[in-house]
Design a protein around this ligand. Structure first.
Ligand code: ZN
Length: 323
């Protein structure tokens, strides 16, 4: 089976974004070191809006240059640079720290002219940082619907892979909107206008993020370990997420369907997903992660995990999954 680790490379979007160093540079350096040990390749979905906005913000230009240097580094090592759009950067303001206004959180909150302009500008800025051609896309906060908003831009820039869907996922409470409850029962499909509807002749490929059920016991363990061993289980990124995920009690009291993830303690559930995918006869498995959410525990665990799974499976970039 081909397994892709896809990292959304970004800061936090709550009242404290955290530093570029702790949220992005440091944990990503650790990820690159781990990948090298097992000769595996990763995909990095770069929050390109931050590059565009940051380049126009005097006090942030130095940070943008450090980010560009890191993109160049992984690009030259054969990892994939991919486009991730969080359009709320359009409304972000630097006032000695980033102030975010999430009232226009997703592309569908903008009109079609604005959407085209955002996509083109963000894509252009990111492509300038990477020698390899950008072919893969993931929407910020999974808000990819309606896909027709960006279809022309994807075509125009010859991008062919989309990876925002996680089967069974649904969140329609503001500022989010996505509904992946009706999707093909497949690990790969072609589509044209609707990411959830297969079209064998479609120009685009959907490589969905794998999802699975997490039991309350998993979250009890996570919260208890966080209390007992904070140095192992505290995220390396030093910011706060935007509100909008489920409440803590939801996770502790009932089953939840979520992405298969390499973030923090979630990394311990990846092999369960690989086992299930193997039983189903799947050929592709896409895992999501965020450098900012890596912990000391998760990086050590990932190191050992890659040691185990890279003997049986190919760890590849998304763009190499399609072949
Ligand atoms: Zn994101």
């Amino acid at each position: 089976m081909k397994i892709a680790f896809t990292w959304d490379y970004e800061m936090f979007f709550g009242h404290k974004s955290g530093t570029v160093n702790a949220c992005m540079i440091e944990p990503t350096n650790r990820l690159l070191n781990i990948s090298q040990r097992y000769n595996s390749k990763f995909t990095f979905f770069v929050d390109a809006g931050m590059l565009v906005k940051g380049a126009n913000t005097e006090s942030f230009k130095g940070e943008v240059n450090r980010i560009k240097k890191q993109i160049h580094e992984w690009d030259s090592q054969g990892h994939e640079t991919a486009l991730h759009i969080h359009p709320h950067w359009e409304d972000a303001k630097w006032e000695n720290k980033w102030e975010f206004n999430l009232s226009r959180y997703k592309l569908s909150d903008f009109d079609s002219e604005e959407i085209n302009s955002i996509f083109e500008r963000y894509h252009r800025e990111l492509q300038m940082c990477a020698a390899q051609k950008i072919v893969s896309y993931r929407a910020g906060g999974w808000c990819i619907q309606p896909f027709t908003d960006i279809k022309d831009s994807m075509e125009h820039n010859q991008m062919k892979i989309e990876s925002s869907v996680f089967p069974g996922g649904k969140n329609t409470s503001s500022p989010y909107f996505y509904d992946f409850t009706k999707v093909p029962k497949k690990d790969y499909w072609r589509f044209s206008d609707d990411v959830c509807m297969e079209d064998e002749n479609g120009a685009f490929v959907q490589l969905p993020i794998a999802s699975q059920i997490y039991h309350p016991l998993f979250f009890w363990k996570l919260f208890i370990l966080g209390r007992l061993m904070p140095s192992q289980h505290k995220p390396i990124g030093n910011g706060f997420p935007a509100k909008g995920g489920g409440s803590k009690w939801d996770f502790l009291s009932k089953k939840n369907l979520l992405c298969v993830s390499a973030d923090g303690y979630f990394v311990t559930q990846i092999e369960r997903a690989i086992r299930k995918a193997t039983e189903r006869g799947d050929e592709h498995l896409v895992i999501i992660g965020h450098p900012k959410a890596c912990t000391e525990f998760s990086l050590n665990y990932l190191d050992q995990l890659l040691n185990r799974i890279s003997k049986k499976h190919e760890i590849v970039c998304l763009k190499d999954m399609e072949k």
